[in-house]
Design a protein around this ligand. Structure first.
Ligand code: SF4
Ligand code: SF4
Length: 218
């Protein structure tokens, strides 16, 4: 598919300039390094886990990650992209049905092929941090702590007297870096664009992120 096919007359694709593409990769790498350190300290490994977290329902909130995901999708061969797109369409349909009943969908991510991520280098931030205990200080100053996945919680309850004794990764700085990157990508008009709240499947089905072009730029 060419870029032109992804655009409508009054929409402009949001593409990451090379320096932002490199920076998002640095943020991802830092998240992965932090994950590996905490996972090693705790003794958590995904090897032989009976669960596969790729069926967790997550929505993503930045144009930057959406654009970076599409950098990876464009590198796939046509057949693989078509296969993934069909699965993404199914995912969108099925998740809408489940959400309509008030439940949280539990459906395999369309990028998962035979248990492996087809876009490993471009997988989202949340894919790189799910599992270990983590902390976050929100912009309003409120502190949050996440206990990690079920396997992590089992290990922690056997190994530590209290859950908060276990090491945890502080996500705050990396989230702030991603927010700053998003501001650089979207510029001063950021607040005028629709908020992103999309699953990976939505992002695949809808194509690369676009924004309405102001009249003066058409
Ligand atoms: S993050 Fe936890 S639940 Fe998910 S695959 Fe790894 S060990 Fe299993
Ligand atoms: S992007 Fe990859 S790692 Fe993330 S949920 Fe999908 S298949 Fe799993």
């Amino acid at each position: 598919m060419s870029n032109k096919e992804f655009r409508t007359a009054k929409q402009k694709e949001i593409e990451l300039p090379p320096e932002l593409s490199r920076e998002i990769l640095e943020i991802y790498q830092a998240m992965q390094d932090g994950y590996e350190k905490v996972a090693e300290d705790i003794g958590l490994s995904c090897r032989d886990c009976p669960d596969n977290c790729c069926d967790s329902y997550f929505q993503h909130h930045t144009y930057s990650e959406w654009a970076y995901l599409w950098e990876g999708l464009r590198d796939l061969d046509g057949k693989t992209l078509d296969r993934i797109t069909e699965r993404a369409k199914d995912y969108v349909r099925q998740s809408a049905d489940v959400l309509a009943t008030g439940d949280r969908p539990q459906l395999m991510c369309p990028l998962n092929e035979d248990g492996l991520c087809a876009l490993y280098q471009h997988r989202m931030l949340i894919c790189r941090m799910h599992g270990i205990p983590a902390t976050l200080t929100r912009p309003d100053g409120q502190s949050m702590r996440f206990p990690g996945c079920f396997r992590c919680q089992e290990i922690v309850s056997n190994k530590y007297e209290q859950e908060t004794d276990a090491p945890a990764m502080d996500r705050t700085q990396l989230f702030r870096r991603l927010a700053a990157l998003e501001s650089r990508l979207m510029g001063e008009r950021r607040h005028l664009y629709p908020r992103v709240k999309k699953t990976i499947a939505d992002m695949i089905v809808e194509g690369p992120p676009t924004i309405a072009t102001p009249h003066c730029e058409r």
